[in-house]
Design a protein around this ligand. Structure first.
Ligand SMILES: O=C[C@H](O)COP(=O)(O)O
Length: 245
């Protein structure tokens, strides 16, 4: 059984002082039984890599090109060179704020994996989608569109994040999470055969110390992609512990 993942997405939060939080976490979890991934804003990546913690340091996005005239973008090759191990792709905030389509995400998946990094691909429905009974259709469509031909299942993690649960304190009920994760698992198995069983599927959206254990115990939930509660060791520590058990 693959190790669960506790992944923190700091979004546009944190400062140089935030290294202290990762140091504290590393002290509390010197050899975690789960995989811990911390994804800070780009400028903080070297400082976190230099801590030599047992954690994977990831990025929150990248371009699909190796280099070139793309002002403000960062290549996966550079991320690899500076010590990143993973990249979050297709987060709903990038889809909404930057107009990212699944087709663009697919190009980034190829580039990320070619650079030797793990792609953490985000999918999830809006509240209107859920109310309209379109959740599975939307999630399956995003999956199909975001995973290009040649996707390497060994360097792939999926994060199911209902958009309406992000930062709101609301979460789907356990059965709803189970239903979507089962559908994602079916899709991955249909696509990748036996290897599809091994791909970690994370839940994201208002994961907190108080609900992490219960959510991570749901079938086909292999850990969490955590936003707000990944910003302090006090909150993220218990979530890492929940992913260990
Ligand atoms: O990538 C993380 C998610 O968007 C979840 O954010 P949240 O834990 O603050 O709801």
């Amino acid at each position: 059984m693959p190790r669960k993942i506790a992944a923190g997405n700091w979004k546009m939060n944190g400062s140089l002082a935030s290294t202290a939080m990762v140091e504290a976490l590393a002290k509390a979890f010197p050899a975690p039984e789960c995989e811990v991934i911390v994804c800070p804003p780009f400028p903080l990546i070297p400082a976190l890599v230099n801590l030599n913690s047992p954690f994977t340091i990831g990025a929150q996005d990248c371009h699909f090109s190796e280099s070139g005239a793309h002002t403000g973008d960062v290549s996966p090759q550079l991320l690899k060179e500076i010590g990143c191990g993973a990249v979050i792709l297709g987060h709903s905030e990038r889809r909404a704020d930057h107009g990212e389509t699944s087709a663009l995400v697919a190009r980034k998946v190829t580039a990320t994996q070619n650079a030797g990094l793990t792609a953490i691909v985000c999918v999830g429905e809006t509240e209107a989608d859920r109310d309209g009974g379109r959740t599975l259709k939307v999630v399956e469509g995003q999956l199909a569109g975001s995973l290009p031909d040649g996707t390497d299942p060994d360097a792939l993690v999926i994060a199911y994040e209902p958009v309406w649960a992000i930062g709101t304190g609301r979460t789907p009920v356990n059965d709803e999470i189970a239903e979507v994760h089962a559908a994602i698992r079916d899709t991955l198995e249909a696509r990748f055969g036996g290897q599809g069983k091994e791909i970690r599927i994370l839940y994201g959206g208002s994961v907190k110390p108080g609900n992490a254990s219960e959510i991570f115990a749901i079938a086909n939930v292999d850990g969490g992609l955590v936003g707000g509660a990944s910003l302090t060791a006090e909150d993220f520590g218990p979530i890492v512990a929940a992913a260990e058990s």
